[in-house]
Design a binder for this molecule. Structure first.
Ligand SMILES: C[S@@+](CC[C@H](N)C(=O)[O-])C[C@H]1O[C@@H](n2cnc3c(N)ncnc32)[C@H](O)[C@@H]1O
Length: 274
């Protein structure tokens, strides 16, 4: 467990992931019926962009810093993300727990899993005394089995692993399989990195078969630089996304891509329909 999200907070991948997550949460909050959130890999909850780790990489400068000041004029599909960002001063960046917190109403619930014990303790402190928030200092993949289906029978599952191990794409696919078996109507958002096309393409092929219905892909990707092995894009596989997700994500991701480093290609498409 070497991965520390504080080095990457607010980068381009966080921006599109959190914009997507915020849009889905806003849709869930439109209906009065309570909903539940399961965040399998929660991280720290919120990040100081002027602290040592974020400063050392400066990744947020090519991410949230490129668009924060323009968000007031952004398309409607980015309004939920803009609203969640505005909860914190600009020096701080909201992680997925803080984004979820923005949309929770009385009666809604969030289960936030974080295996790193120090980070889990930080999460616990950050949300101490807040009703409806449960910190699970344990394996998020196990929580897919133990926490689903939620009693509310509606909600979103965010699967956002660190991709430190070579079999993380397999673990992600397994978690989706187990999750859908338990909570067939839940919204699932599974984030993945694009370093090469092997893992992403295998996932896309598997979810294009039609065996699982209502699957939408969103990707942003820069062309590979010669000899570069790092992150050059990311994607989110969404299952059971709310109505008009595809159009909203096309608008949101393209608007963000136009503000990031030049050359990004956005691909939003339905892999399997109703
Ligand atoms: C990509 S970060 C999460 C970022 C967060 N979802 C966000 O958007 O702000 C991945 C996190 O998963 C944690 N982690 C690693 N393996 C885990 C596991 N099996 N279960 C739960 N958390 C895990 C890491 O410590 C790290 O904080």
């Amino acid at each position: 467990m070497n991965y520390r999200h504080a080095f990457h907070a607010g980068n381009f991948a966080d921006v599109v992931k959190h914009a997507t997550y915020a849009w889905v949460l806003a849709r869930l909050a439109e209906k009065p019926k309570p909903f539940a959130v399961l965040d399998t890999h929660a991280g720290l909850g919120e990040y100081d962009l002027e602290a040592d780790q974020a400063t050392r990489t400066g990744e947020w400068r090519d991410g949230v810093a490129k668009l924060r000041n323009d968000l007031a004029a952004a398309p409607e599909s980015l309004a939920p993300y803009a609203a969640a960002l505005a909860d914190l001063p600009p020096r701080w960046y909201p992680g997925s727990p803080r984004i979820a917190r923005h949309f929770l109403r009385d009666g809604d619930r969030a289960m936030l899993c974080e295996l790193h014990q120090v980070d889990a303790a930080t999460l616990q402190r950050t949300f101490a005394g807040e009703s409806g928030i449960e910190i699970v200092a344990d394996d998020g993949y196990a929580a897919v089995k133990s926490k689903l289906p939620p009693r509310e029978r509606r909600g979103v599952v965010l699967i956002d692993p660190p991709f430190e191990s070579t079999d993380e794409f397999d673990k992600l696919a397994r978690a989706l399989r187990h999750g859908l078996k338990r909570f067939a109507t839940g919204v699932f958002l599974a984030w993945y990195p694009i370093k090469d096309r092997e893992g992403p393409d295998a996932l896309i092929t598997a979810y294009s078969s039609g065996e699982v219905r209502r699957v939408t892909l969103a990707e942003i990707e820069w062309p590979p630089a010669p000899d570069a092995k790092g992150l050059r894009g990311c994607g989110i596989l969404a299952i059971n996304a709310p109505w008009r997700y595809e159009e909203a994500m096309r608008e949101a991701w393209e608007w963000c891509a136009a503000r990031f480093k030049p050359g990004a290609k956005v691909d939003i498409r339905v892999l399997a329909g109703e």
